[in-house]
Design a protein around this ligand. Structure first.
Ligand code: IPD
Length: 268
């Protein structure tokens, strides 16, 4: 069976290459089409980056499956699936706001975010910094180990979050954030979930939560967060999924989860 560190080498290699491609193509970024709403954009570079990732992954690991934001779901025979976001933070990318990333994760087991096992993940951000993790082997930023050894109380926490693209969900997410805001140090909405998870791993924010993420938004970042000592989970205390992901130090996690419940998170 392939080891997590061997998978990480593949993840970091292909994510670096796609990272270079999107940074070089930034000046020509233009909308190719929209998805769930008029503000949910796909640029031609999302498509080019995903093409490159799929080509490289199928050359390096031909028996693996691929699950990507902009392409078809490809099955595999090895039990490993690559979960890729060719540009996470596409709106930032379109505007030239340097807060976006390529995110590549390898998972084993079923294609179900509550049951899969995260094996390896690499996030290459807009400044070329490579954030990595392999299961059981820790997380790193540019090769330097990451470890969060404390989590402040809720009222001292700088909390990152994000919003979905449909008007109805945004309105509800806005209500939750309005109730949470007076209870925390402050809120940040930077616009790239994978980078938010890296930032919480490095202590650049204290915690992060978001409702409605897709698997490719969080697979690599969630492993980086877990391997840096954080708890990543959903409102019910089980694994994170598309309903909710909360990442925080284990000491602070229950307090944030309770505050989110009290703020109406999870209400449909
Ligand atoms: C989005 C970003 C954003 C988050 C959204 C994601 P995309 O990913 O990660 O920060 O709030 O939930 O969909 O569309 O730029 O790949």
């Amino acid at each position: 069976m392939v080891t997590p560190s061997a998978l990480l080498e593949v993840a970091a290699t292909v994510a670096r290459e796609a990272g270079r491609l999107i940074v070089e193509g930034r000046a020509d970024a233009r909308v190719a089409h929209t998805k769930s709403s008029a503000v949910d954009v796909v640029t031609q570079m999302d498509l080019a980056s995903e093409r490159l990732l799929r080509e490289r992954l199928s050359a390096l690991r031909p028996a693996d499956g691929v699950w990507g934001e902009e392409g078809e779901d490809v099955g595999g025979t090895s039990g490993i699936t690559w979960v890729v976001d060719p540009i996470d933070g596409t709106v930032n990318y379109l505007y030239g706001l340097p807060h976006y990333a390529v995110s590549v994760a390898a998972v084993s087991g079923p294609r179900d975010v509550r049951e899969w096992r995260l094996e390896a993940g690499a996030v290459v951000d807009a400044s070329g910094v490579v954030w990595t993790a392999a299961r059981g082997e820790g997380a790193r930023r540019a090769g330097v180990p990451l470890w969060r050894d404390r989590g402040p109380s809720l009222d001292e926490s700088l909390v990152a979050t994000g919003f979905q693209y449909t008007a109805e969900r945004r309105a509800r997410q806005g209500e939750v954030v309005a109730r949470l805001l007076p209870r925390v140090r402050d809120i940040r909405r930077l616009g790239a979930a994978s980078v938010d998870l890296c930032h919480v791993s490095a202590g650049m924010v204290d915690a992060y939560y978001e409702e409605g993420l897709h698997p490719w938004d969080f697979a690599a970042g969630a492993l980086i967060a877990q391997e840096s000592g954080l708890r990543v989970g959903g409102l019910d205390g089980g694994p994170a999924d598309s309903r909710m992901l909360i990442a925080a130090h284990p000491d602070a996690w229950p307090g944030l989860r309770d505050a989110l419940l009290e703020s109406g998170a999870g209400d449909r």
